[in-house]
Write a protein that binds this ligand. Structure first.
Ligand code: ADP
Length: 394
């Protein structure tokens, strides 16, 4: 299969995958779009073709798929039935590229070793990102694999955006603000050029609001500043992560509550955010349906922080022309978009209620001082583009 690219996006309990056919003009068409989720609990494999026709929807028995390696074996078996041979390359989402990688990179043993050293900076994501790369290298050692980093889009920010106010030696060692969701931001920045070129050349804040959530200030297509920092814990509240937190809280947990590193890590990655605040769920859909006071508090907190970060990022750029909502909550929740825009009315945001209810394209009125858009993100397509670019340039 000389003209296909497989994209693998392995998360903490899911693997998203897409197969793309690559045309001679570097155009890419998705021919298989799938997801294996619930790995470790109730695993389910779903796949459809490029036209949306369901190819598979199979629920595995509880415990049948315990971890990412066993999920990969199942996936390989299923894909082997549909492909006539290996793809020309595999593109992977890798959450952390550290200070070294500012662009997609062909994976070698040395690259893998460097990426392994970044595991402590993204303990939940990085190991799962690297497992499929290793498994494929064992089976197809000559198949090119490209690592595309969530941090890469943010490289090249100014020193004040990149640093914490800590001693220089720690910065040199790599303790700095990296920013994440870069593949999503890059996709949005490029797509905006087609939809609204004038806005794309200006100052835009993009909110990637999913179960992981961050915002990014983008000026003329380049990342200026992001709400996420050294790890994917900082910034906005998320499904189960707190977002911005006084580091004194961590010291207090360690010193006064005798919590181990692992217990604190578990708390910060799995028990906080919407889940911790509401005591009900990490899923915005559940909170929107609930009348419980915890659900209301979690939504109020989320909206408050999104609006605050928007204003902070706008100040960082000394102005703002647009706001783009994307990812699970950003693309699907008209309520959250309306609540955030209401809070930003004083800055000149004016929402068009019926466009917001439809939830696609421009959702602000023609006279709104700040243009507001809803745009679906597509990290897999961005990875496929990078992989093809790199391969065809070699
Ligand atoms: P990730 O890729 O980080 O797992 P997604 O971008 O897929 O996350 O976003 C998942 C989240 O989006 C869900 O947990 C849920 O909170 C939210 N979401 C999805 N659909 C809706 C909806 N219709 N209304 C409100 N929230 C939604």
């Amino acid at each position: 299969m000389a003209d296909t690219i497989l994209v693998v996006n392995a998360g903490s309990s899911s693997i998203k995958f897409q197969l793309f056919a690559a045309g001679s003009e570097n155009d890419l068409t998705a021919t298989i779009i799938g997801q294996l989720d619930g790995i470790g609990t109730h695993a389910r494999l779903r796949g459809k073709d490029g036209g949306g026709e369901v190819l598979i929807d199979h629920a595995f028995a509880a415990g049948e798929m315990a971890d990412i390696p066993s999920a990969l074996r199942q996936l390989r078996l299923w894909l082997a039935e549909r492909l006539t041979g290996p793809p020309m390359a595999v593109g992977h989402r890798v959450v952390h590229g550290g200070p070294i990688y500012s662009r997609p990179t062909v994976v070698t043993d040395a690259v893998l070793e460097t990426l392994d050293r970044l595991v402590p900076l993204a303990p939940l994501h990085q190991p799962n990102n690297l497992t499929p790369i290793r498994a494929i290298r064992v089976e197809y050692p000559d198949l090119p694999q490209v690592a595309c980093f969530d941090t890469a889009f943010h490289r090249g920010q100014s020193p004040v955006a990149e640093r914490f106010a800590i001693p220089e030696a720690l910065f040199e060692e790599g303790v700095r603000r990296y920013g994440f969701h870069g593949l999503s931001y890059e996709y949005i920045a490029r797509s905006l050029r087609d939809i609204d070129p004038e806005l794309a050349a200006g100052k835009v804040v993009v909110g990637h609001l999913g179960s992981g959530a961050s915002m990014c200030a983008i000026q003329d297509g380049r990342s200026v500043e992001s709400t996420m920092g050294f790890t994917a814990l900082d910034g906005l509240p998320m499904g189960t992560r707190p977002g911005q937190l006084d580091p004194g809280v961590v010291l207090y947990l360690a010193a006064n509550k005798n919590m181990s590193d692992q217990a604190i890590e578990h708390l910060l990655y799995h028990e906080c955010g919407l889940k911790g605040l509401s005591g009900i769920s990490n899923d915005m859909r559940d909170l929107e349906k609930s009348d419980a006071s915890g659900a209301k508090l979690a939504i109020d907190y989320f909206v408050h922080r999104v609006a605050r970060e928007f204003a902070a990022l706008a100040t960082g750029m000394a102005g703002v022309d647009g706001l783009v909502f994307t990812a699970g909550i950003g693309e699907n929740s008209s309520l959250i978009r309306a609540r955030v825009c209401e809070r930003l009315a004083w800055l000149g945001v004016e929402l068009d209620a019926s466009a917001n209810a439809e939830g696609c394209g421009r959702i602000s009125t023609a006279r709104s001082r700040i243009a507001v858009y809803v745009m679906p993100t597509n990290e897999e397509l961005m990875i496929a583009r990078h992989t093809l670019d790199l391969l065809r340039r070699q």
